[in-house]
Design a protein around this ligand. Structure first.
Ligand code: XMP
Length: 175
């Protein structure tokens, strides 16, 4: 497997991102919302470095199956969402690809009258974005490859890997 981002680099970047977030919010209570399932590792590592009063919630939105690169209809499952009205919310995802998932989720959260909304992503694919969205915190820019590890999956496998890697057999499926 071709390792794109080592476990050490991920841990170091997550630590510096947590310091940025702690400084930006100072002591304001923050609701961290992780997008299931890919953000789980990122969320678990990030929150342990945050020096803030925080609540943790999860939101499920699905647009991808396996290595498919054409997003289907995005479904949001609001039953997992905590009460976010008047709360400062930081939405967390593993990867920003076309931007459709996060922009749709952001639109949904704004409709719930959050006090503020910011977005953090671990990875951002270069040259794939289709809708305008600028994350407030971004870990790494990566090339246009299908990646797995550190929460990212291929058919629900590989999420547990501590690094981010390209799966050789599907490298050619990306356009
Ligand atoms: P969009 O296109 O809405 O996609 O920004 C975000 C979601 O798509 C999934 N995704 C990937 N998952 N390896 C993965 O394991 C990838 O290379 C990849 N690219 C996109 C992911 O679920 C993300 O939340």
């Amino acid at each position: 497997m071709n390792i794109l981002i080592s476990a050490e680099r991920i841990q170091e970047r997550v630590r510096t991102m947590a310091a940025e977030i702690s400084a930006d919010y100072r002591d304001r209570p923050l609701t961290i919302l992780g997008v299931l399932t890919g953000s789980l590792m990122f969320l678990a590592d990030l929150v342990r470095h945050l020096d803030l009063p925080i609540r943790i919630g999860l939101v499920q939105a699905s647009s991808y199956r396996g290595a498919a690169t054409t997003p289907g209809e995005l479904r949001i499952h609001p039953e997992l969402l905590p009460d976010v009205r008047n709360r400062h919310v930081l939405l967390l995802d593993d990867i920003l690809d076309t931007g459709r998932t996060l922009s749709r989720l952001a639109e949904h959260l704004r409709s719930l009258e959050v006090a503020s909304l910011r977005i953090a992503v671990l990875c951002r694919k270069i040259g794939r974005q289709e809708v305008p969205l600028e994350p407030d915190y971004q870990g790494f820019e990566i090339p246009n490859e299908f990646v797995v590890g550190y929460g990212l999956d291929y058919n629900d496998e590989y999420r547990h890997l501590p690094f981010v890697a390209v799966l050789p057999q599907i490298e050619s499926t990306q356009d």
